[in-house]
Design a protein around this ligand. Structure first.
Ligand code: HEM
Length: 135
């Protein structure tokens, strides 16, 4: 059944099942397995999941808890391209729509798209270098 609310339980479920699917993708998966390993039960993944739970709760509900810098880790994980981001966004969109009712899934999508665009600007990928909109 599709979740009708964004709360810790629905976000935790979405985050874990998203990465279980993402690491199997031939384009995006290797970035994650290289950084965090391929055992989703290891300590690095545990931390990553906790971080992402807090990150998405903050993005979607404003709940404080995420204290990190979402941009910086992406500088060090290897060469990200427009294609990699497009794949990530496509898989994320499909996944959130399999987890949440459309109104909520669309909001996740929108947040992810805005941030991905920011990441690409930050990483100097593509040719749009505006920095006037907030995420
Ligand atoms: C090309 C697509 C992407 C790839 C391959 C990717 C990969 C990664 C990897 C490997 C990490 C873990 C780094 C580490 O702990 O060593 C990470 C962290 C993270 N990613 Fe991404 N990412 C992508 C896109 C995105 C997008 C679009 C978002 C947000 C909408 C996002 C949000 C985050 C956040 C919040 C963290 C945790 C940062 C922290 O430690 O505070 N990523 N990403």
């Amino acid at each position: 059944m599709l979740a009708t609310e964004v709360d810790r339980a629905s976000v935790e479920k979405m985050v874990r099942s998203f990465y279980a699917m993402l690491i199997k993708d031939d384009l995006v998966g290797p970035f994650f397995t290289k950084a965090l390993g391929d055992d989703l039960k290891n300590d690095k993944w545990y931390e990553h999941f906790r971080t992402l739970d807090n990150f998405w709760l903050m993005m979607m509900t404003g709940e404080k808890g995420y204290m990190g810098d979402p941009f910086l880790p992406h500088v060090f994980i290897g060469k990200l391209t427009e294609e990699t981001f497009a794949r990530w966004l496509e898989l994320f969109s499909k996944h959130v729509h399999s987890q949440f009712i459309p109104e909520i899934a669309d909001k996740f999508d929108k947040k992810a798209e805005i941030l991905a665009k920011k990441f690409m600007e930050f990483l100097e990928i593509g040719d749009e270098f505006e920095d006037d909109d907030e995420y």
